[in-house]
Ligand binder design. Structure first.
Ligand code: DX5
Ligand code: ZN
Length: 220
């Protein structure tokens, strides 16, 4: 049986009711908190920074999965470890010395993730895949919630899955952007292990039930 990890993206939460939305995730069937950090340079948007993350981790009772959309992420690895991140993912496109960055993340006791923009080929990870705990394939261009899903994602997942098997790596595959009940099953069948969902969860009438439905749908 495949138990897919569901990671609601806090970016889509109501920031004026953040504690309520965090408790909703705590009490739901969600597995992780997905936290999007944007610097206004790597992506054309600014989300939130350290004080807000600190407030989130104070209440969150599940794995903290941090997605850094920032340039030169090496500057903040220790800061995010101290703030309680369990998984720290950096963008392939933002790292000149990706191997070094991954070792630095692990040295701080976190799992190391690499995120690929829609145009970045999974084949570029061939020589570093055994050092990566999680690869996140962006299924939208990073920077905003609520965008539509890019269909080419399925073939990227399959290519990545083949690479992981070929290299005998234990890397897991996360999908981020435009995930709904319409594409979730096909994503899992293609090889996804973790589904991030922002607007699909938080714009729903009943977010708790929406998470439960997504979880049920993707337990194959
Ligand atoms: C986009 C972020 C995503 C975003 C997903 O840059 O990385 O995590 O919050 O939001 P939805 O699910 O609405 O596409
Ligand atoms: Zn994200």
């Amino acid at each position: 049986m495949k138990n897919t990890i569901i990671a609601p993206s806090v970016l889509a939460a109501d920031f004026a009711n953040l504690q309520r939305d965090i408790e909703m995730i705590n009490n739901s069937e969600a597995d992780w908190f997905h936290i999007d950090i944007m610097d206004g340079v790597f992506v054309p948007n600014i989300s939130f920074g350290m004080p807000v993350l600190e407030a989130i981790t104070k209440h969150a009772k599940k794995t903290i999965d941090v997605h850094l959309m920032i340039v030169d992420p090496d500057r903040y690895i220790k800061t995010f470890a101290d703030l309680g991140a369990n998984i720290l993912s950096v963008h392939y496109e933002a790292c000149t010395h990706l191997h070094r960055t991954l070792q630095a993340i692990k040295a701080e006791g976190m799992k190391a993730g690499v995120v690929l923009n829609p145009h970045t080929s999974v084949t570029l990870l061939e020589d570093v895949i055994n050092d990566i705990d999680l690869v996140c394939i962006m299924s939208v261009n990073p920077g905003f919630g609520g965008q539509s899903f890019i269909e080419n994602t399925y073939s990227k997942i399959e290519k990545l899955k083949n690479l992981i098997i070929k290299k005998d790596a234990s890397t897991i595959i996360e999908i981020d952007g435009g995930v709904t009940d319409k594409n979730a099953v096909q994503l899992v069948k293609a090889g996804a292990d973790v589904l991030v969902a922002g607007s699909f969860v938080f714009k729903a009438q009943n977010p708790t039930e929406t998470i439960a439905a997504l979880k049920k749908l993707t337990t194959l």
